[in-house]
Design a protein around this ligand. Structure first.
Ligand SMILES: [Zn+2]
Length: 236
């Protein structure tokens, strides 16, 4: 999805264009695929504009179509830095989601590899599933009509270990996802099938924590060798 962001050297115009592109990439309904020509609503553009103008405002968890979001970030990379010898990684507090035509809904993603690669901090918390007991407790709490706060409190007591916002382990976890973006750029493949390797594509919180923070070496022997060779021989 191409984004038309030019700015023309004018920061106000640039912010307006980014705000409009963000609003156009926003997932308004998890059950509706965002069309490539989604019209940005004036209120949404104004909201994005306020958010951009105030970098200290911390908002988590808005969802954007991952490819549209990637397209608008790509449009912001200067031509001279867009070559294969440069790697750009965007870290965002917002959710990025990809549309699954099989079950016709958006799914939050932890990382989208490309140019640039995007790592979603909210996605690391929200995308990999928690334990089955958590969802069982959540449904039970819903069935007995508990309020939102009590419901989440009860379900949390059944959750196994999982990442949370402002988790002290987040920085270490993000390093592994940055390595996935690097592996993708260098080999065309971000992920590894070994659940102990930091390139493992975790679908459950417990898998994510084991791959990123578990005992033992960071990478499986294949990827350890791959990164070792690179550090000795460089990128060819
Ligand atoms: Zn591996």
């Amino acid at each position: 999805m191409e984004s038309k962001i030019v700015g023309g050297g004018n920061d106000t115009v640039l912010l307006d264009e980014i705000a409009e592109s963000l609003a156009g990439a926003k997932v308004r309904d998890l059950l509706q695929s965002v069309p490539s020509d989604q019209q940005a609503l004036a209120g949404e553009v104004a909201y994005e504009r306020r958010r951009l103008a105030n970098p200290s405002s911390v908002v988590y968890g808005l969802m954007y179509d991952a490819y549209a979001y990637s397209g608008l970030c790509h449009a912001l990379i200067p031509q001279a830095e867009a070559g294969f010898d440069q790697l750009h990684i965007i870290f965002t507090n917002q959710l990025i989601g990809t549309w699954d035509p099989a079950d016709r809904r958006y799914h939050a993603r932890t990382v989208l590899c490309g140019s640039p690669s995007i790592i979603s901090i909210s996605g690391l918390v929200e995308a990999p599933a928690r334990s089955p007991e958590y969802y069982f407790a959540l449904r039970g709490a819903e069935a007995i009509g508990l309020g939102k706060e009590s419901k989440l409190e009860l379900a949390d007591s059944f959750a196994d270990d999982c990442l949370s916002y402002d988790d002290q382990r987040m920085t270490e976890v993000v390093k592994g996802y940055a390595m996935q973006a690097i592996a993708y750029r260098l080999s065309g493949d971000a992920f590894c099938s070994d659940p102990k390797c930091r390139l493992f594509n975790a679908h459950w919180q417990r898998e994510l924590l084991k791959a990123q923070l578990g005992e033992g070496p960071d990478f499986c022997s294949e990827h350890e060798g791959f990164f070792q060779r690179l550090s000795k021989e460089g990128v060819s």
